[in-house]
Design a protein around this ligand. Structure first.
Ligand SMILES: Cc1cc2nc3c(=O)[nH]c(=O)nc-3n(C[C@H](O)[C@H](O)[C@H](O)COP(=O)(O)OP(=O)(O)OC[C@H]3O[C@@H](n4cnc5c(N)ncnc54)[C@H](O)[C@@H]3O)c2cc1C
Length: 606
């Protein structure tokens, strides 16, 4: 029966953060606590024999220390540990990979939770105005699995021209052609021949990739609406022959579960230690040679551990540059201001901060009941068969890329992406079928759509706020500082309107703009006018969570991801990516991590 926990072959430890207290479900709900227990009681989900458990004590010295267990870090650590001669330590600031995050429909349940999210906010500016004077929310994973525990799991590599632009930026050897084998190395595509073409995909890599097992009817109706208004629908967003179009995305998932790189690449192994709940405060140098790291434990103790060969920063595009600055690697001007001894004067650390930017449009499907998609029926189906609404992210599983009026079609680099949100089987207080959603002001189901610029011209930066490593840096994304970005986002908004006003969507769902959100701009200008779109973009700004570039190849690290002017230190994560790819970034970050691990292995092969 589903109520009894199964007896697995290995003891199960450390379930990680629980959904019982998810802020997304308004705190403690008995049904969510029951679901937490049921999920961790399934051997196929908890997978205790393959689950990496944190070490209690570390050794004095390792060959390699990898900082950060997000999307990139586990690939680097896992690949290095394949060589039994290497002793590897992975240090992660957060706790264990939460077992409940393996349920795809709990996609948002680990956001805004201090146990799993860094809770970052940007500095104030003329965007994200609906947040009051708090700045934009930037969710970032603080747990083994990193932001890949919080993410939508969509697998999109971007387009060939993106990577050829990297080489123009100065990243020699990082063209599409040269990167492709490393994309393939990560991939175990389960739909070759049934959905995607084997000429563009691979099997045998650690990460399972396929569509979710469940798709709400609304998605199929959206696709009908999209075709009706003359926009393209494609099978595979990664097929170079169909660079533009909407699709049900392939995702990092298998057996109805999320797969992070932490789950796929880290296996219990004697030469691989994982230290959790340990915040790396700086890299230790002997002159300009990296020899280890200092970290702060959960109880606030400062400790050190030595690296005989290399330290690798994989703490993400917001934290790797932070660690560099605290370690004396960065712009001399900034380091002097904070009295940090300069190890290497690298002016570009923390600069070149790039992120996709868009707006959120809020709608109500007036012909739909506003009920929870998570109920006992969905839960039972999931626990027994691993099918049904809990195996997916609702309508978020659909996405599309199109060209804006500024795009260069010949380059096959679409510069707009669209996301849809709603129909999540994520929360319930009783599990009753038809349970209404909280205190929603109007009848009808709430859905949103995001129109996002994939090639924003605005460039931001981050800098230190203090020398306290536990205090976040200051983030200045400078969204919309280049006028083209607003043009692209407004073009995207008009496409969303076309889709939502299609006959397929109107006749069945009666979708209307949600006045609870539009009134701010409705009171100033006419709906859907140019001014209204700009007003909505500034109020309901949608910063994507795709930050890259803060320790870019050719500016901060060389083509093998080694930090300039020091020895024994690399940055291998989104920070090294010089230019945003035109799509979701995890695919490209995994490729960078595979290449980085290969470079390290090659350097230490003798
Ligand atoms: C809500 C959301 C949705 C997204 N959806 C998608 C999607 O559908 N598809 C896609 O491709 N991408 C998506 N992304 C983006 C993708 O998840 C990130 O780009 C990717 O995870 C970044 O990888 P990373 O390894 O550079 O950093 P992260 O994955 O953020 O990992 C960094 C790790 O380092 C740890 N760390 C940081 N500082 C320290 C320190 N001082 N000491 C020790 N450890 C530290 C962090 O806790 C974290 O575990 C999404 C992201 C978010 C937040």
């Amino acid at each position: 029966m589903i109520l009894a926990p199964e007896t697995c072959e290995c003891p199960f430890q450390d379930p990680g953060a629980s959904i019982a207290s998810s802020p997304n479900c308004n705190g403690l709900l008995l049904f969510m606590a029951l679901m937490q227990g049921f999920v961790q009681g399934r051997c196929a989900i908890a997978d205790p024999c393959n689950r990496v458990v944190g070490v209690k004590e570390v050794d004095e010295e390792y060959d390699f220390i990898v900082v950060g267990g997000g999307a990139a870090g586990p690939i680097v650590a896992g690949r290095l540990a394949e060589n039994d001669k290497f002793k590897v330590l992975l240090i992660e600031a957060g706790g264990p990979d939460p077992v409940a995050s393996r349920v795809p429909s709990y996609y948002r349940n680990f956001w805004n939770n201090a146990e799993t999210d860094w809770l970052y906010r940007t500095q104030l500016d003329n965007y994200c105005l609906s947040e009051g004077k708090k700045g934009c929310v930037w969710p970032r994973g603080k747990t083994l699995g990193g932001s890949a525990v919080l993410n939508g799991m969509m697998y999109h590599r971007g387009h060939a021209a993106d990577f050829d632009e990297w080489t123009q930026f100065g990243a020699e050897g990082w063209s599409w052609k040269e990167n492709l084998p490393y994309f393939y190395k990560t991939e175990d595509n389960k739909q070759i021949g049934t959905l995607v073409n084997g000429s563009y995909h691979a099997t045998g890599g650690p990460l399972p990739i396929q569509q979710f097992r469940y798709t709400p009817e609304f998605v199929y109706d959206l696709l009908k609406g999209i075709e009706e208004v003359g926009l393209p629908v494609v099978a595979d967003m990664n097929d170079p022959n169909t660079p533009e179009g909407f699709a049900i995305a392939q995702t990092f998932s298998d057996d109805g579960q999320r797969y992070t790189t932490a789950r796929a690449y880290l296996k219990p192994k004697e030469n691989l230690h994982v230290l959790l709940n340990s915040h790396v405060s700086r890299v230790l140098f002997n002159d300009t040679v990296a020899v280890g790291v200092e970290y702060i434990t959960k109880t606030g103790e400062r400790k050190t551990v030595q690296a005989a060969k290399e330290v690798i920063l994989s703490a993400g595009a917001l934290n790797s540059p932070h660690i560099l600055l605290l370690s004396g690697v960065g712009p001399k001007e900034t380091l002097d201001k904070f009295d940090i001894p300069v190890v290497a004067d690298l002016p570009d650390v923390g600069q070149n901060l790039k992120n996709h930017i868009g707006m959120t449009l809020f709608f109500v499907a007036t012909k739909e009941e506003n009920t929870q998609s998570l109920d006992w029926a969905a839960a039972t189906e999931y626990l027994l068969e691993r099918t049904g609404p809990m195996t997916s992210t609702g309508i978020t599983q659909m996405s599309g890329v199109l060209y804006s009026s500024l795009a260069d079609r010949e380059n096959q680099q679409p510069d707009l992406q669209f996301f849809f949100n709603g129909f999540y089987a994520e929360c319930s207080s009783t599990g009753a079928i038809g349970e209404p959603v909280g205190d929603c002001p109007q009848k009808g189901r709430n859905i949103t759509s995001n129109a996002v610029s994939l090639r924003p011209r605005s460039v931001g930066y981050l800098t230190l706020n203090s020398t306290n490593p536990l205090e976040p840096p200051l983030f200045f994304p400078q969204y919309f500082s280049h006028p083209d970005d607003m043009v692209m986002v407004k073009d995207g908004g008009r496409y969303v309107r076309q889709i939502m006003e299609s006959e397929a969507i109107q006749s069945k769902y009666g979708v209307k703009l949600d006045p609870a959100y539009t009134y701010v701009c409705d009171n100033r200008v006419a709906q859907w006018s140019d001014e209204w779109l700009e007003c909505m973009a500034r109020w309901y700004t949608d910063p994507q969570n795709h930050q890259v570039g803060t320790a870019a190849i050719s500016r901060v690290v060389d083509n093998d991801l080694r930090v300039y002017n020091v020895t024994g230190l690399r940055v291998i994560d989104a920070s090294a990516i010089p230019i945003l790819s035109t799509g979701n970034p995890q695919g490209a970050i995994m490729m960078v991590a595979e290449r980085g691990a290969d470079s390290i292995k090659a350097d230490w092969s003798q």
